[in-house]
Design a binder for this molecule. Structure first.
Ligand SMILES: [Zn+2]
Length: 611
């Protein structure tokens, strides 16, 4: 809405005019200095990583809770490594055993078992022993749909299957039939590139279905069935991939009466290439939609929207600086003197509580001659030596210090998520202020994919899970999965996503922005208790998550958690399948989904009464 300007008769006296001119000059001078001198207030971080040596307590030796039975074929191995990843990060001790070598006598040593096998025949008599063990109180997770020929047909009833179809079902959409995962209700999730992945089954009435296909036939995908004194959970999805880990941790968490696992509790939004020079790209859509230059669009439209979205949800962005878009990889790295944009965007970002990190002197990944980019990134040049990589980074560091003298630059994001071993090592040795590398979570191409953990050399890996504005079906699944596995959101965007046809430029900024806001709304509605952190704070949270050890004991209606390497805080998700939580000592419990709670531990021992 525009307000009409009121017109006054032109009666201003000469002296008053002088005063007005003087005032204008004053304001102009003030603004000049505001822009020239750093106007942001130094930002206190909520938390920063500590010296790794602080975490000196040995994790106590614990008996394995779970036995993973696996088969030496493609699916069996995939399932094995997926469950090893899931259980080790849930800090649930486990053993593994090739199914054909199972000695059934050992089953009694375990509370739970996971079946990562395609041909159950390989278990021989062991299959019946396994079911006897469940009937006597064991908890079994069937990890993926097995081969239905042979012996499997004789045990379908034990798994709750009344009728087994002759073919596999193509699952196009997921629907939560009852609450299981945070963010799962109120929305169905579309599968990208669906294929025949699930068994067609009809279940008996004793089964509780949590996840099914969102169509007429409603193929059950995750269900739980009581069997004697024990429990069987079947995951019929068949998507043994990193983007689905949260579906498997959730399935596992249904087995025991109570399941507790540490989480990171962090939501972080990164803006790569920001601040940076005005990005190059296709500006046609912007000129048509907004009638302005790319540079004006970024200031007046894009940043305004992103900034306001941050304000609305309390997001404190982490911006990653690029000094130049040159392809220089050796020689003298010249200082970029055109700093007005950097100061404008950078100061606003910092004043809103955000953080600045390093991306690069330019956009050439820290890879030496001989590195193979594959078929992509043909325009990228390789650095002749570690010293050249260091010199480029050193110039970026000087540039950032000149612009933001009170900041510490602790987070590094590799250009295009690519970095070589040598580049990593150079950063570790020459830039000790960098404590975290934020690359990418889901593997792909030559990208450097990471886990949320502290690496052996002490660098903290804080991978980004999703990106951009299109936020397609696959990303929505990955986001849901990680919200449940690590209680994490980690998203990155680039200003030039708006200019790149592959990243949705043709949809127009209005549509792209509405998708990003729909995502943030979903996130903060589904998980209002998640902490919104900057990159450094996320690194500190990952360090705590990585270091924490947990011993669980459930007896006499009390769940006791004994924590090792507890400093001031630690976070857990707690699923209570049997009973309700009562009083809590040493922590605070908040319900985040039916039967699922976020626990903030405030002491090294936490007790939760279960009634
Ligand atoms: Zn970039």
């Amino acid at each position: 809405m525009r307000r009409a300007r009121r017109r006054h008769p032109f009666k201003i006296q000469f002296k008053r005019m002088q005063a007005v001119i003087a005032a204008f000059i004053g304001i102009a001078v003030f603004l000049y200095f505001v822009q020239r001198n750093v106007s942001y207030e130094q930002q206190e971080r909520l938390m920063v990583p500590v010296d790794q040596a602080v975490f000196s307590e040995e994790e106590p030796q614990q008996e394995a809770e779970c036995l993973i039975l696996w088969q030496d074929d493609e699916s069996g191995q995939k399932g094995l490594s997926l469950m090893e990843s899931v259980l080790s990060q849930m800090k649930i001790p486990y053993d593994t055993c090739e199914g054909s070598l199972l000695n059934p006598a050992v089953l009694g040593d375990y509370e739970t078992a996971v079946l990562s096998m395609t041909q159950y025949n390989l278990l021989g008599e062991g299959l019946l022993d396994l079911l006897d063990w469940v009937e006597a109180g064991g908890r079994l997770l069937v990890l993926y749909p097995p081969d239905t020929n042979g012996i499997f047909q004789s045990i379908t009833r034990d798994l709750g299957i009344e009728r087994l179809g002759g073919s596999m079902a193509v699952i196009e959409k997921l629907h939560f039939a009852r609450p299981l995962m945070i963010g799962g209700q109120g929305k169905d999730y579309t599968i990208t590139d669906p294929y025949e992945s699930a068994l067609v089954v009809n279940l008996d009435d004793s089964c509780q279905v949590y996840l099914e296909s969102a169509d007429e036939s409603a193929v059950p995908l995750i269900w739980k069935k009581p069997l004697g004194e024990g429990t069987v959970v079947v995951n019929n999805m068949g998507f043994l991939e990193k983007a689905y880990l949260g579906f498997y941790s959730a399935s596992y968490s249904l087995l025991t009466d109570v399941c507790v696992y540490p989480v990171i509790n962090a939501s972080t939004f990164y803006i790569d290439d920001f601040p940076s020079p005005v990005p190059a790209g296709n500006s046609q859509a912007i000129e048509e939609d907004y009638g302005m230059s790319i540079s004006d669009f970024y200031t007046q439209v894009w940043w305004k929207d992103i900034y306001n979205l941050g304000k609305e949800y309390g997001i404190r962005y982490t911006g990653l600086v690029i000094e130049q878009y040159s392809d220089q990889v050796e020689g003298e790295f010249e200082r970029n003197t055109d700093t007005q944009r950097y100061r404008y965007f950078g100061n606003m970002l910092l004043d809103a509580g955000g953080e600045i990190g390093f991306h690069g002197y330019n956009h050439m990944p820290l890879c030496l001659l001989g590195f193979d980019y594959g078929d992509d990134f043909e325009s990228y040049r390789l650095w002749p030596s570690p010293a050249d990589m260091e010199a480029g980074m050193r110039e970026l560091e000087g540039f950032c210090r000149e612009l933001f003298p009170d900041e510490e630059f602790r987070v590094y994001v590799p250009p295009s998520n690519i970095i070589s071993q040598e580049g990593r090592q150079m950063l570790r040795e020459k830039f000790p202020e960098i404590v975290a590398i934020a690359s990418i979570y889901i593997p792909g191409g030559v990208a450097y994919d990471q886990e949320f953990r502290v690496e052996e050399d002490g660098m903290i890996s804080t991978p980004r899970v999703i990106s951009g504005y299109v936020l397609d079906d696959y990303m929505q699944i990955a986001a849901l999965s990680e919200l449940n596995f690590h209680f994490v959101n980690s998203h990155f965007q680039h200003p030039d996503d708006v200019l790149d046809v592959d990243r949705g430029a043709n949809l127009g900024w209005e549509e792209l922005y509405s998708r990003l806001s729909a995502y943030t709304e979903w996130l903060y509605t589904s998980a209002p208790d998640i902490r919104t952190l900057t990159g450094t704070e996320m690194a500190a949270a990952v360090q705590i998550y990585d270091a924490i050890g947990v011993e669980r004991e459930l007896s006499d209606g009390t769940l006791t958690l004994n924590l090792t390497n507890f400093l001031e805080e630690a976070w857990f998700l707690v699923r209570i399948n049997e009973g309700e939580p009562g009083s809590v000592t040493g922590g605070t419990l908040t319900e985040v989904e039916e039967d699922l709670y976020l626990l903030e531990a405030q002491a090294p021992q936490v007790e939760i009464a279960i009634q």
